[in-house]
Design a protein around this ligand. Structure first.
Ligand code: AMP
Ligand code: MG
Length: 397
């Protein structure tokens, strides 16, 4: 048995980052840049008004109130035609180009209409010119985003601003999800004696979707060598194969044997954690294979701790597994045995930090309790007093 952090290190060490592909920028959301991106324009491209108001010479409004002649009205998208001379100003809208001669904008709230085509500047703030200067965000030709930068919503907007409709990102892995077990029935069926509905196929498919990758469902393999062999062979055509169940110590837990038969290299088969002990990690070439424990909570905990970071590594994330949060335990917890406990908790903000309240649970099959949790407290064996600080891994990604 190895520690969960050593297991994660092994997973990341053996998981490749996938090659680059060109995609539409909206599709790139959730992926990671595989190129440096330079701007083809100054941003902003011209001196731009930050306010609806009047473009003025700052010297003219050094003492207020003062009246100025309004010589032009400039709206967004239209170039000014006149120069602002002493005693004059132009009415200007947000986003419109600042006319020559003006070096400040007074917002409309600080003005009053005056007679004879004039405006009365009631007050002006010398500390705020309210002009976005050409190139102040980035100069044309400069790098705005570097390879390895994750594409979020804001990067999509920036990519569009610098003239990019397509961008190079690391390819997302293809994933196959396979549930195993003679006892499993489909959602539409009412379980008969000894049967349960397959939960893991669906929770794993949803987990993949949340991680930004689409997964194919290979269905349910029965606990026979022939069925497992065929479906695992199909799954090994993807970048990632997730098999749930069949990895523990029972007589019908055949998955690790079929993995070996398929020529994979197994890196670990058990992790000193609860839940999630029978977690298998293997590779074949550049493909990664996980045997996840069958219990529905265990499968999701193992996905969160190992599969999610692996998928992120494949997609080129510089930080595949972001650090946990620090939280204060609300009630004491004793962890017996020698495995690290990943205890379901509700994490909330109180006073000046996170507090973690343990969720009562019947264990690794108790999806009902798990649905009440939004994080996992990471507890080493021993006694944890109320008020002690513990790492917490968020489940709400
Ligand atoms: P196993 O690892 O195959 O021994 O499964 C451990 C436990 O998880 C057993 O109680 C199984 O019935 C249950 N289990 C296995 N696969 C699934 C699944 N896809 N959905 C729900 N429960 C499952
Ligand atoms: Mg089974």
């Amino acid at each position: 048995m190895i520690r969960h952090d050593d297991a994660l290190a092994i997973v990341l060490e053996h998981t490749p980052t996938l090659e680059a592909v060109d995609v539409d920028i909206v599709e790139a959301e959730g992926a990671v840049l595989a190129e440096d991106v330079a701007s083809d324009v100054d941003l902003p491209p011209f001196d731009k008004s930050a306010m609806d108001g009047y473009a003025v010479r700052a010297a003219d409004v050094a003492s207020t109130p003062v009246e100025l002649d309004v010589i032009e009205e400039i709206r967004a998208g239209v170039a000014p035609t006149k120069r602002i001379e002493a005693g004059t100003c132009a009415k200007i809208m947000t986003g419109a180009p600042v006319p020559a001669g003006a070096d400040a904008v007074v917002m409309v709230e600080n003005t009053e209409p005056a007679s004879g085509g004039r405006v009365r500047i009631v007050r002006a703030d010398p500390a705020h010119a309210d002009i976005c200067a050409r190139g102040e965000d980035v100069a044309r030709g400069a790098t705005v985003l570097e390879a390895g930068h994750p594409v979020r919503r804001q990067e999509v907007g920036l990519l569009a601003s610098v003239g990019r409709r397509r961008v190079r990102v690391h390819r997302r892995p293809s994933v196959a999800v396979l549930a195993t077990g003679d006892e499993l029935v489909d959602i539409e069926e009412t379980p008969g004696p000894g049967q349960i509905r397959d939960a893991n196929s669906w929770s794993l498919l949803a987990s993949c979707r949340r991680a930004g990758v689409t997964a194919d469902h290979l269905g349910v393999a029965r606990d026979t060598e022939a069925d497992l062999r065929a479906k695992i062979a199909e799954g090994l055509r993807r970048d990632v194969l997730l098999v749930s169940g069949g990895v523990s110590m029972g007589d019908w837990d055949l998955v690790p044997g079929i993995f070996r038969e398929a020529g994979v290299t197994t890196h670990f088969e058990t992790v000193a954690m609860k839940p999630g002990k029978p977690t298998v990690f293997a590779t074949r070439g550049r493909r990664v294979i996980f045997g996840l424990p069958g219990n529905p909570v265990s499968t999701l905990v193992a996905f969160r701790l190992f599969v999610w970071p692996a998928v992120r590594k494949m997609m080129g994330h510089p930080l595949p597994s972001p650090p946990p949060l620090a939280a204060m335990l609300v009630s004491p917890l004793r962890v017996g045995g020698r495995r690290t406990r990943f205890a379901p908790v509700t994490l909330r903000w109180e006073d000046a930090g996170y507090v973690a309240e343990p969720v009562p649970t019947h264990g690794s099959a108790d999806l009902v309790a798990f649905c009440r949790a939004n994080a996992l407290a990471v507890l080493e064996p021993g006694a944890h007093e109320a008020g002690s600080r513990v790492p917490a891994v968020t489940l709400d990604l």
